[in-house]
Design a protein around this ligand. Structure first.
Ligand SMILES: *[C@@H]1O[C@H](CO)[C@@H](O)[C@H](O)[C@H]1NC(C)=O
Ligand SMILES: *[C@@H]1O[C@H](CO)[C@@H](O)[C@H](O)[C@H]1NC(C)=O
Length: 344
């Protein structure tokens, strides 16, 4: 159940919702999203792409939106889908992993209230790959699982033309990247979780190989080609230890919010584990009362980050192409395989 909204809004179709209405009983609550470009519709450089979003509740009931990783988040997370014509521009920012079904994940917008957020998007999308020209920004609105949305129209997208400089600046690091040298307990937990994640991945890969059309596979990966999925698991299982940075540093200052467990820089694939991560559980706890859907197994969290990008039920509900790129499908699938293989 948790974070169903996050997964739902990852769907590009739903993200098109410019004005969305929530339909509990009657469609009385409406959320409008307005986007403006502070430097106007034509800018010289991607650096001038400073967009301001205003999310307003025009309805009669409060609406709960997810604070992180969507249109009300001002950081280098995915607040928009960006397009040149029909082509999606690759997101190059930060993917957050939020595990907790926690009230603190949401902010409630009262009737008549708005949330205004400024977004500097220059380093978050690969504008460079398509060159100067027109870009369309489609807001991603993430609602709490209790809110049901209905796209009404897409008028809140904004199109901005970049005439000249599309060279993508580096994501800004605000702190030195170090390993967990200041805390050996954390270093040990992270190392253990990394090795456990490889073990989970290896078991999952074997399960796919021997049960390519089994119910567990089809529930998480539908009609995806089993070898494609097993190759991704094998990739994690066989990864050379130094292939990417796995760190307890927080160079992008994403851990300041207690709900962020880990995050990954999608360009470098480096993953950073926040203090909350170190309270998570080793896999054997899956056999003693920690259900798969709680997603609090540290190895599975590492696996999620390693397989990139929600809930186990949400993961199953994704379309087949979305499942291939959703880290949660790998995470949840692998923990379910672990339970089948290891718990009495
Ligand atoms: C283009 O933008 C990049 C990133 O902001 C900047 O580093 C570079 O100096 C700019 N180049 C020119 C020619 O303005
Ligand atoms: C080291 O990490 C452990 C596990 O997160 C934590 O309980 C402990 O307080 C940390 N120690 C210091 C000195 O920060």
């Amino acid at each position: 159940m948790k974070l169903l909204a996050l997964f739902a809004l990852l769907s590009p179709v739903l993200s098109l919702a410019a004005v969305v209405s929530t339909s509990h009983s009657d469609a009385t609550s409406k959320l409008a999203v307005e986007i403006t470009s502070t430097k106007g519709p034509i800018v010289h450089s991607v650096d001038d792409l400073i967009l301001v979003s205003t999310v307003t509740n025009h309805g009669e009931h409060p609406i709960k939106v997810v604070k992180y990783g969507g249109i009300v988040d001002d950081r280098q997370t995915e607040s928009f889908i960006v397009r040149r014509g029909d082509q999606d521009i690759r997101f190059t920012g930060i993917h957050l992993l939020l595990t907790y079904d926690d009230e603190a994940l949401y902010t409630s917008i009262a009737p008549g209230q708005s949330i205004t957020t400024q977004h500097r998007v220059a380093s978050s999308y690969d504008f460079q790959s398509v060159g100067a020209g027109e870009f369309t920004f489609i807001p991603i609105v993430r609602l709490s699982p209790g809110e049901h949305i209905e796209p009404l129209d897409a008028s809140s997208t904004i199109t901005v033309t970049v005439t000249d400089n599309v060279s993508t600046p580096q994501l800004e690091k605000r702190a030195a990247v170090s390993a967990c040298t200041t805390n050996t307990t954390r270093q040990e937990i992270l190392t253990a979780a990394y090795h456990e994640s490889k073990m989970l991945a290896a078991e999952a890969s074997r399960h796919v190989t021997f049960n390519p059309t089994g119910p567990l596979f089809t529930s998480y990966f539908k009609n995806n080609v089993p070898t494609t999925v097993s190759t991704i698991f094998t990739g994690v299982a066989d990864e050379y230890v130094n292939a990417r940075l796995i760190s307890c540093a927080d160079p992008f200052l994403m851990c300041r919010d207690n709900e962020v467990v880990a995050y990954t820089d999608v360009v470098t694939s480096n993953s950073y584990f926040c203090p909350k991560f170190f309270d998570q559980l080793p896999p054997h706890r899956l056999c003693s009362g920690s259900p798969v859907h709680e997603k609090n197994i540290r190895a599975a969290i590492v696996l999620h980050e390693l397989t990139l990008v929600t809930s186990c039920s949400g993961a199953r509900a994704l379309s087949a192409p979305e499942q291939l790129v959703n880290g949660d499908n790998y995470n949840c699938f692998a923990t379910e395989v672990y339970v089948r293989n290891n718990c009495p």
